[in-house]
Design a protein around this ligand. Sequence first.
Ligand code: FAD
Length: 304
Amino acid sequence: MASFDLNRTAGSPPRISFEFFPPKSADMEGQLWSAVGDLGTWNPDFVSVTYGAGGTTRAPTLSTVRRLIADTGLSTAAHLTCVSATKDEVHQVVEEFKAAGVRHFVALRGDPPEGVGKAYAPHPGGYANAAELVAGLRQIGDFEISVSAYPEKHPESPDAAADIDMLKRKVDNGATRALTQFFFDNDIFARYLDRVRAAGITIPIVPGIMPIQNLTQLKRFAAMCGASIPARLDERFACLDEQPARRAEVSADVAAEQIAELSRRGLDEFHLYTMNRAPLVAATFERLGFRRAGASGQAAGAAA
Ligand code: FAD
């Protein structure tokens, strides 16, 4: 197993958060809550629950968020999009989340109901983009508001400058943290962070880390999101199609190496795309020397 020097000072453990999605079947329901049970022991700063594409899963997101808050005590953020909804409808959803105990939103524009890549048309009575949604949320309550950020730019952005300009608008309207799209080249993230800081944006930009469950599927998804997959990953996973155990080890190595390298660059907060599965995330953290919260409730995540 590789060994990583996180180059961290004692007492400054990395902060972690986990993203889950609402289950669509009984089997997936079991998988989600098993993952939550395991990953909750890594003492995340918060967990978040996605909102369905095209604004489709308000009810499943709400019930997942409700159960997380009621049963686990984990600080829980609700993703929220403004797709196909009037401002009043969005406000009603916000009130429902608020009543469930939500104090943290991940505010997004969302993708068109016709699918990623199709032209986005805001609802005539709705919020046009995430920046407007953030402003609307700010008027409703004193929420923590996270937003998206795109180290390789959003596919709809004409250029990187327009993308950072949108991030700035979201921050100016009240966003307190940005969670990035996943990426695998830390140099791309570093250059992006430089440009973000040069634009006067000072909120935390939290790297989104995607442990690779299946490289072939990820490539299809990444192509739609505008995220690149370095050729070196093809080499790492070459000839492993029939070796799931070895493949999982390589995936954990890759994610751990990425986090360790970002840590050495001074990053101390990471958002993990869990895909509702714990083993790969746990194997990644074990490689990094992170600790689960002890029975005494001692903070996990410290790495010497
Ligand atoms: P915005 O921040 O409003 O815009 C993103 C970028 O697109 C901007 O930088 C802007 O430059 C460009 N842009 C937007 N509109 C236009 C336009 N009309 N013309 C030119 N450029 C434009 N989707 C879901 O459905 N549910 C989720 O729960 C969810 N969670 C996510 C979590 C994270 C951390 C991330 C990174 C993405 C998530 N998404 C989710 C995907 C997201 O909804 C899509 O990427 C969507 O296309 C953009 O939403 P946004 O909030 O990033 O948009």
